[in-house]
Design a protein around this ligand. Structure first.
Ligand SMILES: NC(=O)c1ccc[n+]([C@@H]2O[C@H](COP(=O)([O-])OP(=O)(O)OC[C@H]3O[C@@H](n4cnc5c(N)ncnc54)[C@H](OP(=O)(O)O)[C@@H]3O)[C@@H](O)[C@H]2O)c1
Ligand SMILES: *[C@@H]1O[C@H](CO)[C@@H](O)[C@H](O)[C@H]1NC(C)=O
Length: 182
């Protein structure tokens, strides 16, 4: 019994050691698409991955954001303008990604475009505030993912969704309020 247990634990550590030793090779051939690159985590990630030699395809909301990022990097990083709340913008960005990545596909898709909840008492907020959050932080992520999924599959890539707990907590707090009042 103890012997089996020791063997199992040994196997587990062996497997872990093996997995941790794996490194990704040929970074210069891998394309990563990141949304929300104008500022914050998306911007930082774009610059970090560019430094590590990956091919970075960056989606910025504004022209200024895109130009600033391009000015700080090299031609291994390319930018496109994307508003994740607009279907035609997502379609155009997907076409652009396809033209760049071609048969390599997208090895990494990072959904980072998001907005935070306005910090204000509930009475000051409108339904529009909530709809905007859902539009960018939820529906935007879903639509971008669905649109790029064939390219991600092609590269047997990965998808990473980054968002704040802030809007979620605020929405939950509102729901709780409504329930308490009912
Ligand atoms: N940074 C921190 O230390 C920290 C700590 C705790 C929690 N958080 C939360 O984590 C979240 C992300 O933080 P962050 O610093 O990376 O935020 P951020 O700088 O606001 O990044 C979000 C990015 O998404 C872009 N974006 C907004 N709407 C878009 C749309 N419709 N389509 C495409 N892109 C759009 C924004 O562009 P524009 O800039 O042009 O609007 C911005 O570049 C925030 O919600 C924040 O509250 C951040
Ligand atoms: C990211 O969000 C998309 C759209 O909701 C979803 O299909 C995908 O599974 C999510 N990815 C992860 C790693 O949670």
């Amino acid at each position: 019994m103890w012997l089996y247990l020791a063997v199992l634990v040994g196997l587990y550590y062996l497997l872990r050691w093996y997995r941790e030793r794996q490194v990704v090779s040929l970074l210069q051939d891998k394309f990563v698409f990141i949304t929300g690159c104008d500022s914050g985590f998306g911007n930082l990630l774009a610059r970090q991955l560019h430094l590590r030699g990956l091919r970075v395809l960056d989606a910025c909301l504004t022209v200024q954001g895109a130009e600033q990022l391009k000015g700080q990097t090299s031609d291994r990083l390319e930018t496109v303008i994307l508003d994740v709340t607009k279907t035609e913008s997502i379609t155009a960005a997907t076409k652009w990604v396809k033209e760049h990545a071609r048969d390599r596909g997208v090895w990494g898709l990072v959904n980072k475009a998001d907005i935070s909840m306005p910090t204000a008492p509930s009475e000051w907020l409108t339904e529009q505030n909530f709809m905007k959050i859902l539009d960018v932080n939820l529906l935007g992520v879903i639509e971008v993912t669905l649109s790029l999924l064939p390219l991600v599959r092609k590269a047997r890539g990965r998808d990473v969704n980054i968002s704040s707990v802030g809007p979620g907590v605020s929405l939950w707090w509102e729901l709780l309020h409504v329930q308490v009042q009912c």
